[in-house]
Design a protein around this ligand. Structure first.
Ligand code: NAD
Ligand code: UDP
Length: 324
């Protein structure tokens, strides 16, 4: 039977690795809002202290600069570890291939070790990229994927697949209450304008009146989820004891060309669209089957694409007027 309400989060003190990144900063904010203390661990490789600057006055919040591939020590009790540290944008992981593999492997070992030491619930931020260029559509959790390990995206995809195997082994052999969420493309405030992902790139280009760069014919699809929905889904998973993997994403699928046109319209821009080369191994389609998230967590995405886009553009415009 599907749940009608989400499991209640009882976390008292959480560690969020990658907490100064796009997704991590929203998780820190929501955990604090729900009354938990938060220790945010980040080396600011692709994130920034500016993303959590507004949380620094909160006595329940602590920001620690640390590379999770070196060592991870957190004094005191911890009942939740959210492991989100990793480059996530294709242009970031393509310029940081070895670090991406290292944080997916060694960083995940350390984060699982911390969860074991503390007896904490552990949630791994995995990704729809574990499905690669999928041959099953939409993608259910029991699809094993179609990944090229020696292609450029392999460093990210295989790092996450390794992390999933590690979390599963820690659960089986070490008794860690480890879980996996497979996150599909998410967007919203605090993405870096220059992170290379489609939506921040299109918004920056449209606001600057520059040509909007669509790869290939733009008919490849993505299913994009607004950040507030994603945070709710991740915290619902944190609050239960299911191992997953669970897909967290918005199943409403559209082409990249349609996304580009919507961005141009929503910004009131005069930008034109230019077509550039498709990256190697760029997935042709992507849409989560979210049946499990609905039935297990009572969760589904609620913010419509155009509303999420309007909120993101509003944040962007304000940021351009008042740089951090
Ligand atoms: P992001 O780049 O904004 O955040 C990643 C954070 O991890 C950054 O703050 C970075 O400085 C930090 N980091 C990287 N290596 C580190 C290390 N060794 N030690 C400590 N901190 C380190 O990316 P994001 O979009 O917020 O993604 C966060 C997580 O969610 C990633 O694990 C990513 O794989 C996953 N994810 C995101 C999406 C998405 O659409 N945003 C989709 C699927 C999965
Ligand atoms: N993309 C694009 N123009 C850009 C950046 C990306 O058309 O300037 C395309 C990219 O080739 C892919 C889609 O948009 O087909 C989503 O790319 P993104 O990097 O946002 O996420 P991912 O490939 O990880 O799903």
């Amino acid at each position: 039977m599907p749940r009608t309400s989400q499991p209640e989060l009882r976390t008292r003190r959480a560690v969020v690795t990658g907490g100064a990144g796009f997704v991590g900063s929203h998780l820190c904010e929501e955990l604090l809002r729900r009354g938990a203390e938060v220790v945010c661990l980040d080396n600011f490789l692709t994130g920034s202290p500016a993303n959590v600057a507004h949380l620094m006055d909160n006595p329940g919040f602590r920001l620690v600069r640390c590379d999770v591939t070196d060592f991870m020590h957190v004094p005191g009790d911890v009942d939740l570890v959210l492991h989100f540290a990793s480059p996530a944008s294709p242009s970031d992981y393509l310029r940081l291939p070895l670090h991406t593999l290292k944080v997916g492997a060694i960083g995940t070992w350390h984060a699982l070790g911390l969860a074991k030491e503390k007896g904490a619930r552990f949630v791994l931020a995995s990704t729809s990229e574990v499905y690669g260029d999928p041959q099953v559509h939409p993608q259910p959790e029991d699809y094993w994927g179609h990944v090229n390990p020696v292609g450029p995206r392999g460093v990210y995809d295989e790092g996450k697949r390794y992390g999933e195997a590690l979390a599963t082994a820690y659960r089986g052999t070490e008794g860690v209450d480890a879980a996996i969420v497979r996150i599909f493309n998410t967007f919203g405030p605090r993405m870096r304008p220059d992170d290379g992902r489609a939506i921040p790139t299109f918004i920056s280009q449209a606001l600057a009146g520059e040509p909007v760069t669509v790869t290939g014919d733009g008919l490849q699809t993505r299913s994009v989820c607004y950040i507030d929905d994603l945070v709710e889904g991740v915290l619902a998973m944190a609050a239960c004891d299911h191992p997953g993997p669970v897909n967290i994403g918005n199943p409403s699928e559209r082409s990249i060309l349609e996304i580009a046109k919507d961005v141009i319209a929503a910004t009131g821009s005069t930008s034109t669209i230019v077509h550039i080369d498709r990256p190697v191994d760029d997935p042709k389609v992507r849409r989560p089957d979210t049946t499990l998230a609905r039935e297990l967590l009572g969760w589904e995405a609620r913010v419509p694409w155009k509303e999420g886009l309007a909120r993101t553009i509003a944040w962007w415009s304000q940021r351009v007027q008042q740089p951090a």
